[in-house]
Design a binder for this molecule. Sequence first.
Ligand code: SF4
Length: 227
Amino acid sequence: MMPPPGDPWCTGGWPLLNIAATCTATHALGPGLRAVVWVQGCPHHCPGCLAPDWIPMRQARRVAPDDLVAELLVHPDVTGLTFSGGEPMMQAAGLARLIRLARQQRPLSLICFSGFTLAQLRHVPPGPGVADLLAEIDVLIDGRYIAAQNDNCGLRGSHNQRIHYLTDRLAAFDFATGPRQVEIQVGTGQVFLVGVPPHGVVTMVEQAIDRTRARLLARVPDNDIDS
Ligand code: SF4
């Protein structure tokens, strides 16, 4: 694969990724233990998007694909990667290189979400590297999120989104109708929901965080709150 010429995200001949977040181990975004990359920036602006902070096309964490591989494979039991966002296909060249490098280390499966349909990606690719990334994907979950069609099941946000098995590697896994899973992961200064949340979970978690914050503040003496 040739690096895309003139790409503003390029340094050293390869595109830097612009990453919103990563997760090195989850069971909530596909079969087995998986590492996840959420990219920053999405052109679709679906009403009700669960990741609105990751829609703006702004600079987040810039990292070379070569430098991300070790981080994603730190857990020896990870058997697959999941790319989500944001819109992965806007950074397809870098993600294609990332999965190719990672597969040199172990035989990973790859699940990718995209707000573009597979037909759009094949016939009107939104940027460089889309064909390269499609060639690496085992399962593509495509289409924009439509809140009115969120049927609370499967590893997709709404019923209109289609599951494309581009290889048979994950053919035994039911992406469309299985129960949703979500994990709550606590990082430095943040609480993180990983997965496609079942109805009501986001509100439930937000309320729990608010109650915990209120309880903690009630315990802090007034003269310590501002310090
Ligand atoms: S495609 Fe996904 S990330 Fe982009 S706005 Fe829609 S739901 Fe959000």
